[in-house]
Write a protein that binds this ligand. Structure first.
Ligand code: SAH
Length: 277
């Protein structure tokens, strides 16, 4: 099956706005499905494109629910997925669906697999991290820099609020780097594949809203100390902010980016004890 030929015959025009950069190399697509550890079960794919990844997923999963925002790809997907009866294509914008609607379509535990545009990366990850009870893992082909941020270690320039937010409830593995030339058309950045394994019992975070605020606060001004950021974010005086760090045996000069995810959990719990909000 020649996908490029089908796209041509269907007069398909790439839409930059939707971040359309397709993967066609079967070996690579297979490797991504292996990275996702799909052996059976249900897969939710976001951004089916021309259905190349969808086909590989279909050959290994029991059921694939594939969202695609671009109505102009509907006729292409009808052709490329004609022999894949376990695929259900949903034409629509994933961000406009309620999590409950997505979970009804999936009908139980599922793995998310997607090659997604840059603009969608953070909102999509946070949507599933925060709202989905049934997502087991997310294997995402994303911009290399974002992948590195998700997998970053503390005290590095890549370590930030999204690193902590995701690693508080999941384990992140960067599985492969993809040269930009593997995509059609060729984008102007390289990509990487990350697998985010959801593990909601990793830490005990009783007040999730406060945890989110603590992380946001600590990284609000990266060049300022954690004490300074706490004073601004939680509207406290210096003594109150310093007392939090003292109780955690942290130096008063430390910066948010030096804290491990575990220390962020402890920091958030200390803030809660003190009634910060
Ligand atoms: N999975 C395919 C396509 C990747 S390109 C492949 O690997 O070849 C990303 C796809 O996501 C595009 O087809 C684009 O139209 C689609 N897309 C972009 N935003 C979307 C959204 N909000 N909801 C669903 N699909 C979206």
């Amino acid at each position: 099956m020649d996908v490029k030929q089908i796209l041509k015959e269907q007069n398909f025009r790439f839409n930059k706005q939707f971040g359309q950069n397709f993967l066609t190399d079967r070996e690579l697509l297979n490797d991504i499905v292996s990275d996702a550890m799909v052996q059976d079960g249900t897969v939710l794919e976001i951004g089916a494109g021309a259905g190349t990844l969808t086909r590989e997923l279909s050959s290994r999963a029991d059921k694939v629910i594939a969202f695609e925002i671009d109505r102009n790809l509907e006729s292409v997907l009808k052709l490329t997925l004609a022999d894949c009866p376990n695929v259900q294509v949903v034409i629509g914008d994933i961000m406009r669906y309620k999590m409950s609607e997505i979970e009804v379509l999936c009908g139980g535990a599922f793995k998310l697999v997607a090659n997604i545009p840059y603009y969608l990366t953070s909102p999509l990850i946070m949507m599933f991290v925060e709202k989905s009870a049934n997502v087991q893992s997310m294997t995402l082909t994303i911009q290399k820099e974002v992948a590195e941020r998700l997998a970053a270690r503390p005290a590095t320039k890549d370590y930030g609020a999204i690193t902590v937010a995701v690693n508080a409830v999941a384990d992140v593995t960067l599985t492969r780097i993809l040269n930009r030339e593997l995509f059609y058309p060729i984008p102007n950045v390289d990509s990487a594949v990350v697998r985010i394994d959801i593990n909601r019992n990793k830490y005990d975070i009783p007040n999730k809203a406060l945890f989110r605020k603590t992380v946001k606060t600590a990284f609000a001004m990266r060049r300022k100390t954690l004490v300074n950021n706490i004073m601004v974010g939680f509207k406290t005086d210096r003594a109150a902010a310093e007392s939090v760090l003292c109780s955690m045996n942290l130096p008063l000069t430390c910066r948010g980016e030096e804290l491990s995810v575990e220390q962020f959990v402890a920091l958030s719990n200390e803030c809660e004890k003190r009634g910060f909000n």
